[in-house]
Every structure is written in structure tokens, then in C-alpha cells.
Design a protein around this ligand. Structure first.
Ligand code: C2O
Ligand code: CU
Ligand code: CU
Length: 531
């Protein structure tokens, strides 16, 4: 059995190979309190002062064609030189030249096809996070799109994924549902799902952390009639916010603790195996941006697109009466009714759709959104400058939003346990490191199951294909952020969460995994097969 590269080639690796029963990694202590999910990678570049850059809003992508049933889009994955830190250039891996990539907007019930062309120097895989999609469009982690220029062969791409992976030799091609494509692949999303804030990102086995860190992430919104009829803020008062921490080298390039900078073997240095935290906070790709707002209601679709960092977001000044956030949606769509919060918590991969009424602060106020889980530069996130002057504002937070069925746990056919923890080989689920083609569960379509996730330290647990409903946390009622349809649930420290899930429509191989991307790359992932 091969050692994973992150354990390092030297003493630790050898200890692992000969099976010495010593704990190889001391990370449980570092992350043990559930507050810090990783280690801080500090920037060598000079970071700007917060609140000097305007908030960018990702462009909405236009379809290249539309028929009665289908909208077709094209995205070229390409290297782009971005000015993220003022005066410096960052070479990013992008969807269409920007970070975040362009926002796709789909209509519920209309098929969306996205043709991705890979002009990057590395293989990629596209996953629509929160998308209810068939297996062949779900972005199985070995279903690569090889670079269009032919610079990397299928064998080289396989070697780069499995070198150092548990139980794999470089010569056994890992099974995928599709296999590899050269240069481009079209993903088809039926979009039989309600209005929601989804996102798309890279999902290549062993490399997702690096790929997302370098820029491969973007929003994909779903809209429907029910949402449209609600008096929620619209137009430029409906803003997606992708929050992600990063670290930068002196020349402005992204800093990431790779063990092999030629990218032939996956892996990061031992000290970061808990996760990589950056000291610069980017919102929509800009460091600590500021956005001017009217004294009016805004819908903020907040996505934690960080590799490992969790956020508890709060305004530095509470409006009188508190409860600055009216949460109207979570991962999988709108809630039944709004939930008011003083702060919103987001583990990696999670979304919160909130309405904020900026007329609750005085004109001329600058309100800062801060992450109360972080210190230092990473505590600041972004700011809103509240403009003076009368404005029209028809938006409000309705008492009732949408209806959806409650999954009744009494009807569940079975309960499955998934233990997220570390063994001496690394991060595992039910003692198994990720191995493509090995199913951890074979749920039947249309049957309700209870899935119970237990963690040894902070793990944001993500399930593909269908959204779930949280039934309990540590055997008591779900927490304030467990509302609605979820696809990712953050488990700080040692916790157990029970969710009700019913897989529908698509038979095939899907994933569940920790959405701390470093844990995911280090094998905290499993297949499940619906049948
Ligand atoms: Cu957001 Cu399987 O991923
Ligand atoms: Cu996903
Ligand atoms: Cu984890």
C-alpha cells in the first residue's frame, strides 16, 4: 500500500510503510477545538488595506444558443493574469478569464448544457455543487477533461492523481463513469430543482484544493416562478458573494503548500494537512472589498468558497433590535419561512441566502462584515457604505416563502453511519480512504434513509445528487443554520448530525466527502451508488 504524499517522503512516509503504529499526524490537537480547521499560510506579498477596492460582481453568462427546452453555454477554462492585489499580477486558473467565473442563471425545468473547453495546463473536472444531475454530468473525480493542447496524456494524468494515493499503483487507471475526454466535455443539467444558489467548481481527484485555490469556482443560480412572485430584492439588489481566503507570494502569485511544484504528484506539506487557511480574504475575487448600498433591502447570496476556513459572519455594528440577517434560503433553495439571525455561520461549501435591510443603519455609515471565528487580517471580510438619499424599495421579507415536503424519519428504511475521522494514513470515512469504484453505500432510489455523520474534529460534510434535511445535532434539535434543504453540513469538533435523504431520478455513482478541500484531496471522500 502506497503512502499518501502529504505524509512526506522521509521519516513519516517510511514509518507509515512499515506500519509503525505511531500517530503520524498531530493535527487533531491543532484542530481539536473545532475553531481552527487548518493552519495559516501567510502571504509574502504586501497585502492592501481593507475596504479600498470595490466589490466586483461576476458577469452573467449568456447562452450561445437556446431552444424550446435547452440553453447551451460555453466556457473556456484558461490561465488569466488578474490584478487581485493592487499593482501585482496573479496568474489564475479561471473559467472564462475571471475569478469567480461567470455566473450561470438557469430556469428551473429548462435543461442547461455547458460545454467546457480546457485550455489550462492541467486536467480538470467540473462539478455543479448542489445540482441534481445524472452521474455522467456530476463531475466524477476521475472523469477528467485533459488539456486541449495534448500536453498531458491520460496515463500521465492518472499517475498525477494516484501517485501517493492509498492502495493504488500509477498503472491501474481509476474507474470513472465516463473516462477521460480530450480538450472538452459537455455537462448536461436537467435542472429539475427549485430556485437555489448553486456553485460550480473543479473536482479533480487529489487536486481539488489547488484548482479551487487558483480560481476554478463560480456561481450557478436557479430561478423559478415561485421565487419570482416573492417580493425579495431583485436586480442589482440581489448580490452573490463568494468568500474565499487566499495567500500570496511576493510577486502576487497564489501561494499554496505543494510538495511538488511541477504538479506531477499530489500533496501538500505535513503542517497543512488539517487544511490551508489564507490571510487575505477575497470576496468575488477582490481583497476586503467595499460596496455602496442604498438604504434598502438587499439579498445577499453568501457562499463560503474557501478551501478550509469556516465563517461566522456578523456586522460590526448591530442595527437596533439586532437580527440583521433574515435568512430566506440555504443550500438547496428557499426556506418555508425566514429565519432571523444576528450572525450567519458557513462551513466550506455552504450557502446562506439572506436579506439585509440597510435602512436600519444611518446614511453615511460604513458597516463591516467580520468573521468572528478569525483573528488578524482574516477577521475582516468586506464593508458596505450606506448612501444618503431617498430611494424606492418595494422589497420586503415575506412571512411565508415556499412550501416543500418534510421528510419523515419514521418512514426511513434504514440508517447508515459515516464516521469522518483520521487514521494513521490520513483522512478517512468509515476507516476507508477514497478509492474510486469502491461504494460506501448503495441506497435505493426513492427510498428514504437516515444518514448519520460523526466527526472527530471539524468536517463540513457534503453529499452529491440530492439535498437532505437535518433531523438532529448531537441527538437534540437541529441548529439555527440547519434549516431547509442542505447539501453540506458543518460539524465543528466532535459532533453527530443525522439527516434524512431520499435520492431520486438518477442511478449511478456519486460522492460524499468532506468539503474541507485538503481533507477531500487526502482521501476523505467516498462513492455511493444509487440503484
Ligand atoms: Cu462542492 Cu463534491 O463538491
Ligand atoms: Cu457537490
Ligand atoms: Cu474534513
Amino acid at each position: 500500500m502506497r503512502r499518501r504524499q502529504f505524509l512526506g517522503g522521509s521519516a513519516l512516509g517510511v514509518a507509515g510503510l512499515i506500519g509503525v503504529g505511531v500517530p503520524l499526524v498531530g493535527s487533531a490537537r491543532r484542530g481539536g477545538q473545532g475553531v481552527s480547521p487548518g493552519s495559516l499560510l501567510t502571504s509574502r506579498a504586501k497585502l492592501p488595506k481593507p475596504y479600498e477596492v470595490k466589490l466586483p460582481i461576476p458577469k452573467v453568462l449568456e447562452p450561445v444558443s437556446s431552444s424550446g427546452t435547452t440553453d447551451t453555454y460555453e466556457i473556456t477554462q484558461q490561465v488569466a493574469d488578474l490584478e487581485i492585489l493592487p499593482g501585482l499580477r496573479t496568474q489564475a486558473w479561471t473559467y472564462g478569464g475571471t475569478f469567480p467565473g461567470p455566473t450561470l442563471v438557469s430556469r428551473s425545468g429548462r435543461r442547461t448544457r455547458v460545454k467546457h473547453r480546457n485550455e489550462l495546463p492541467q486536467p480538470t473536472v467540473v462539478h455543479l455543487h448542489g445540482g441534481h444531475a445524472p452521474a455522467d454530468s456530476d463531475g466524477y473525480p476521475t472523469d477528467l477533461i485533459l488539456p486541449a493542447d495534448g500536453s498531458i496524456s491520460a496515463d500521465q494524468a492518472t499517475a498525477a492523481m494516484v501517485e501517493g494515493m492509498h492502495g493504488h499503483s500509477a498503472h491501474g487507471r481509476p474507474p470513472g463513469t465516463l473516462g477521460m475526454a480530450k480538450g472538452e466535455r459537455t455537462y448536461t443539467y436537467p435542472m429539475n430543482q427549485p430556485a437555489a444558489t448553486l456553485w460550480y467548481h473543479d473536482h479533480r481527484m487529489s487536486w481539488t484544493g489547488l484548482s479551487v485555490w487558483r480560481g476554478l469556482a463560480g456561481f450557478h443560480l436557479v430561478q423559478d416562478d415561485e421565487e419570482e412572485q416573492l417580493p425579495l430584492p431583485k436586480g442589482d439588489r440581489d448580490i452573490p458573494l463568494l468568500i474565499a481566503d487566499r495567500a500570496f507570494e511576493e510577486d502576487g502569485s497564489f501561494r499554496y503548500p505543494l510538495t511538488d511544484t511541477k504538479l506531477l504528484r499530489p500533496g501538500i506539506t505535513d503542517e497543512f494537512m488539517d487544511g490551508v487557511l489564507g490571510d487575505a480574504i477575497l470576496v468575488n475575487g477582490a481583497p476586503w472589498p467595499v460596496h455602496e448600498v442604498d438604504r434598502a433591502h438587499y439579498r445577499l447570496r453568501v457562499l463560503n468558497g474557501s478551501n478550509a476556513r469556516p465563517y461566522t459572519l456578523q456586522f460590526d455594528q448591530q442595527p437596533s433590535g439586532g437580527q440583521a440577517f433574515a435568512q430566506v434560503g440555504s443550500d438547496g433553495g428557499l426556506l418555508e419561512r425566514p429565519v432571523r439571525h444576528d450572525a450567519i455561520h458557513l462551513g466550506t461549501g455552504e450557502r446562506a441566502d439572506v436579506v439585509v435591510d440597510f435602512s436600519r443603519w444611518r446614511a453615511g455609515t460604513r458597516v463591516r462584515l467580520v468573521n468572528t471565528l478569525a483573528d488578524g487580517t482574516a477577521r475582516e471580510v468586506m464593508a458596505f457604505d450606506i448612501k444618503a438619499g431617498a430611494v424606492s424599495d418595494d422589497a420586503k421579507v415575506p412571512d411565508k416563502l415556499v412550501r416543500f415536503p418534510r421528510l419523515d424519519p419514521a418512514k426511513a428504511v434504514m440508517t447508515r453511519d459515516f464516521h469522518f475521522r483520521q487514521d494513521r494514513y490520513g483522512w478517512v470515512i468509515n476507516d476507508q480512504p477514497y478509492k474510486p469504484g469502491r461504494a460506501l453505500a448503495r441506497p435505493k432510489l426513492r427510498q428514504l434513509e437516515i444518514w448519520r455523520f460523526t466527526t472527530n474534529q471539524r468536517h463540513p460534510v457534503h453529499v452529491h445528487l440530492n439535498h437532505f434535511q437535518v433531523l438532529s445535532r448531537n441527538d437534540v434539535a437541529p441548529g439555527p443554520y440547519d434549516v431547509g434543504w442542505k447539501d453540506t453540513v458543518d460539524l465543528p469538533s466532535t459532533q453527530t448530525v443525522e439527516v434524512a435523504v431520499k435520492f431520486t431520478d438518477y442511478a449511478g455513482t456519486f460522492m460524499l466527502h468532506c468539503h474541507n478541500l485538503e481533507h477531500e484531496d487526502m482521501a476523505m471522500m467516498g462513492d455511493f451508488v444509487t440503484e
